[in-house]
Design a protein around this ligand. Structure first.
Ligand SMILES: O=C(O)CCC(=O)C(=O)O
Ligand SMILES: [Fe+2]
Length: 318
């Protein structure tokens, strides 16, 4: 179901019920243009920093996409730095903490003026015709510690440009989060996808006739229940598909991610309306733990050393 942000705010009960029943909700016209303009500026200026090409173009421009391709192919290390710099940029921090998103989360989680934290905040740069990045059918909870699926933990998936079947939008199985359980997941790397740290649910466990394809305009947000099966399609366009995703929760609940290593970042405090998260400090801790966990935060995203607690969870041959 697609609903305009205004209508969602006007009739929250109706849409909370929809989310509870189907496990997802697509809200359009929900984010301001300024956020996207700042992201674009940040991408342009960082591309200049790492490729020395001055470009001031929208994300769908051929020039910008050509430059990204060149940097990625010719200098994967620099591309990796480019990625890390963007991931921790002010433009992106502002995106994560955007008031409008947090308001929608408060409504969905049924917690007026609440304590909200977030985890697994990830920028994705999905290059054209590169299936290495594509995420097959999964439930987000499968990547977490067993038991964490009980935490009310909606994810927000937000593309920076319009997404369609052609450039790899998301697909969901409405109602697939009910009954509440983590389906069996397999390891892609055991299925021959070298270096992959992704999991997948076998197609035979996905009811084809139920698949809903979520094409979206920039400015829309797709909210996903932690247990809804979903996947992204391959990017068959000529442009990079930019998106972010993050999971929200009550800070008191088990996050199931980096447990005991780094806590989710607090986004809102009910007793302190002026609270602003300290991103630098949090990313520092996160980076350090990520280094232990994935080898190095600065290595190429496609480096072959793969690690991750979820790989152990689903490794049936251990
Ligand atoms: O952006 C995508 O391709 C999928 C993102 C996703 O489902 C995830 O990060 O859990
Ligand atoms: Fe996911």
């Amino acid at each position: 179901m697609i609903v305009k942000a205004k209508i969602f705010k006007k009739y929250p009960k109706k849409y909370i019920n929809y989310y509870k029943k189907y496990g997802y909700l697509l809200i359009k016209n929900s984010l301001s243009k300024v956020l996207f303009n700042n992201i674009q500026k940040s991408i342009n200026s960082n591309l200049f920093k790492y490729s020395k090409k001055k470009i001031s173009k929208p994300l769908n421009s051929p020039e910008l996409n050509k430059q990204l391709e060149i940097l990625r192919k010719k200098n994967p290390k620099k591309f990796s730095y480019f990625f890390d710099t963007l991931q921790t940029s002010t433009a992106l921090n502002n995106f994560w903490t955007d008031n409008k998103t947090l308001q929608m989360i408060e409504i969905l989680m049924g917690c007026e003026k609440s304590d909200i934290s977030a985890t697994d905040l990830l920028l994705r740069i999905d290059s054209p015709i590169d299936s290495r990045n594509k995420l097959d059918w999964h439930q987000d909870s499968a990547y977490l510690k067993e038991g964490a699926e009980k935490t009310n933990q909606p994810a927000a998936w937000i593309p920076f440009l319009d997404v369609s079947k052609n450039n790899g939008c998301m697909q969901v199985i409405p109602g697939g989060h009910d009954p509440s359980r983590v389906l069996n997941h397999k390891l892609e790397k055991k299925a021959g996808v070298k270096d992959s740290w992704y999991l997948y649910i076998e197609d035979k466990n996905i009811p084809d006739e139920k698949i809903v394809t979520c094409e979206m305009k920039a400015g829309s947000v797709l909210f996903l229940h932690q247990l809804i099966p979903h996947r992204s399609l391959e990017n068959n366009s000529n442009e990079v598909r930019w998106s972010v995703d993050l999971r929200f929760q009550n800070p008191k609940d088990e996050a199931g991610f980096h447990t005991g290593l780094v806590d989710p970042i607090i986004m809102r405090k009910s007793d302190d309306p002026n609270y602003i998260p300290n991103w630098d400090e949090w990313f520092k801790g996160y980076g350090e733990e990520h280094t232990k966990f994935r080898g190095s935060i600065h290595k190429d995203k496609f480096d072959s050393t793969v690690d991750g607690t979820w790989l152990e969870r689903w490794d049936t041959e251990k």
